[in-house]
Design a protein around this ligand. Sequence first.
Ligand code: 5AD
Ligand code: SF4
Length: 471
Amino acid sequence: MADSAGIASFLEGLGCVQVESESQADLIIINTCAIREKAEQKLYSYLGELVDFKKNLPYLKIGIIGCVASYRKQEMLKRFEYISFVSGARDERTTFLTYLADVIVQLQTEKQFFSATALVDDVATVVPLERDVKAAMSERNAIIPARLIKEGSQAAMGGTLAPVGEVKRSFINITTGCNNYCTFCIVPFTRGKETSYPLEDIVLRVTHEVAAGAKEITLIGQNVNSYTCPETGARFAALLEAVAQIPGEFWVRYVSPHPKDMTRDVLEAMARYPEKLCAWCHFPLQSGSSRILELMNRTYTKEEYLAQVALIRALVPGVSLSTDIIVGFPGETHEEYLETREVSAQVGFDMAYSFVYSRRKYTKAYSMGDTCSAEEKAGRLADLQEVLRAGSLVAAQRYVGKNLRVLVEKRGANGKLLARSSGNHRVVFDGDALLIGTFVEVHVVEAGQSELRGELISSPLMIFSEHGLAA
Ligand code: 5AD
Ligand code: SF4
C-alpha cells in the first residue's frame, strides 16, 4: 500500500488523475505480491482480463511492479507482449520514477495520434517501449534531474490514500527489505537487504502528511521494529517517540514487528503517548511449536513468544493484539499443529491472519520434505480459524458497555459509518457523513464476529452545536 500510494502521489504531482476503473485509464500499474502462490495466480488471471482493454486502447500502458516483478521480470516480458514495463521491488526507485515521468510524456504524445479518426491503421504501427526500465534508462543515457531524485526518494517512502469521501491515511516506509530469512519467506529475495530511512526524513514526512490532512499514519517495514537510523543509529523506540511528538490530531500504527526485536523501550513509548500511538500490536506468531519455529528460523520459542505477549499486555494498557499464523509448514506434525491451536486459544488474539504454507522458490523451506497432505492442511486451517474466531469474539466483548474513541473512515454500504478504534477494531454506528475524518466517542453496545456496534456519544459536530454554530 505504501508503494502504491507513493507512486500515485508522484503521478498526481505530474498532473495525472486517478480513475475508477481500468476502462477509463491510460496507464495501469499493477503492484504485485509474491508472498503466497495464490497472490501470483491472481496476477496472471488479472493480466488476462486486461488484454481487451489494451486491444481497445492501443496507447494504453500497462506496467508491473512489486515483488513478483522482482523475480519474474524476464519471464513476464517474454510472456506478456502487451506489457509496457516491469520494475521489481528491489530496483532503484528514482530511475523507475524518472522512467514513469517519461512514460507520461509519451502517453500524452501518443494519445494525440489516436483520436477517433486516426485509430484505424495506426494500431499496428505503435512502437513498443523498451520494457526493462533499467535497460531503457541506461540506453537513453538519461540524466535524472535533481527534482525527480528528490521526489523519487520521497515517493519511495510511501504516500497518502484518500479515496473520495474517506479519511486520509498515509503509509510511510521506514525500512525496506529484510535480513531475517524466515525459511518460508520469499521477501528477502524480492525486496533485498534491509535498509532504514533517516529519522529526520521520516519525521518531516509525517509532519507534511499531517499538515495535508492525514489522520492515520502507518509506519511500514518488513521488520519494522529493527529500524536503525542510518545517520544517528537511533532505534525504533526513538522514532516512535519523535513521531508522537509531532503536533496535531492523528494516530500512528506500525506493521510488522518481529517478536525478536520487540524491546521494552518500544512498549514504554507506546504507553507514554496513548493519544498518538495506537494501543495495537500486530505480533506474528507463525507457529506455536518451538521445533517448527526453529525450522522457520524465527529465533524465538513458544515460551519466549508468550512471555513477550505478557510484557506487551503489562506495559501497554488495553492493548489489542493481532497475528499471522502458518499451518502445514514442511514436517509439521498433528501434535505440533495442536500446539499452535493451543497458543492461539491461550493468547486470544483480537484479530488473526492465518494461512496454509505455500512453497516459494528460493526459500530454504522449498527443499524441506513435506509429509502432510493438502487435505490435512486445509483441515488444520479450518480448525484453527474457528479457534481464532472464537478468541476474537471473546476479546471484542471486553469493549461492550464501554466508550471508545474512534476515527471515522467512511460510510459503509449499509449506510452506517465505519470507524476504527485505537486497537484497530472496526466499529459501526449511525451518524452524519460530515464526521468522516474526525475522531469521535462511541458507546459500544454489541460485539460481533468482525465488528463492534456502537452509538455516537460525542463528536466535533456536537461541540459546534453546543456553541450554536450548527443547526
Ligand atoms: N506461505 C504461507 N504464508 C506465508 N507468509 C509468508 N510467507 C508465507 C508462505 N510461504 C505469511 C506469514 C507472514 C505473512 C505476511 O504472510 O505469516 O507473516
Ligand atoms: Fe519474511 Fe521473516 Fe522477513 Fe517477515 S521477518 S518479511 S516473514 S523473512
